[in-house]
Design a protein around this ligand. Structure first.
Ligand code: HEM
Length: 180
């Protein structure tokens, strides 16, 4: 492995781990914690404490996810083979959903006046947030398997042609097509 591969690996770990915490946490809250607290007498007190801690976790995870995500995107977009429109579409959809997840999460765990008002409908927004977080992971998976296309190589006879290939493949000999 080259030194840059270690940075790529760190960035991937740094992206996937906080993503797992964020998405897993929101699923756990919606499916287990909130239903369990519904029947509890001191639910408000417990909820308040959970929200304060969860808000810190979200902030840390979001920070790491954004830094590693942009680095991953930089690597993907400057690399050869380059991403195809499917990748671009999945990336755009993912970014919009990420914006929604971060915004809704911050309101659900915040203590400002706007956040408190928003939390009057926390069951509904919690579910929407969980669905959006799951979709983010699905779009990330789509990005991973989306086909990539070789960049045009200057001074090559075949420079105007592209070769579709599996995303795992990193080098392409565009002269090796079955043209004869
Ligand atoms: C809630 C926030 C996010 C979650 C849960 C999330 C989740 C994931 C996961 C699970 C993967 C790994 C996919 C795989 O290898 O199969 C991934 C990859 C990736 N993510 Fe995110 N992500 C988030 C935010 C972001 C942001 C903000 C960016 C960019 C600004 C970003 C850019 C990327 C890129 C470029 C990849 C690599 C895709 C590839 O080419 O294989 N992500 N993300």
């Amino acid at each position: 492995m080259e030194p840059t591969d270690y940075i790529k690996l760190l960035s991937r770990w740094g992206h996937i781990l906080p993503a797992v915490i964020l998405v897993g946490g929101s699923i756990f809250m919606q499916t287990t914690l909130i239903p369990a607290l519904k029947d509890s007498d001191d639910a408000n007190d417990v909820k308040g404490k959970i929200k304060r801690t969860w808000a810190k976790v979200i902030m840390i995870c979001a920070g790491i996810i954004i830094i590693s995500g942009f680095y991953n995107a930089y690597i993907a977009f400057k690399g050869d083979p380059k991403p195809t429109p499917i990748y671009h579409a999945a990336f755009t959809a993912k970014l919009i959903l990420v914006g929604i997840v971060f915004y809704v999460s911050s309101l659900l765990s915040g203590r400002s006046e706007v956040a408190i008002k928003f939390q009057e409908q926390e069951a509904k927004w919690g579910k929407i947030n969980m669905m959006a977080a799951i979709l983010v992971v699905l779009f990330a998976g789509l990005m991973n398997v989306a086909p990539r296309v070789a960049r045009d190589i200057p001074n090559s006879d075949n420079s105007s042609r592209s070769t579709l290939m599996a995303p795992e493949t990193t080098t392409v000999d565009i002269n090796s097509t079955d043209e004869g």
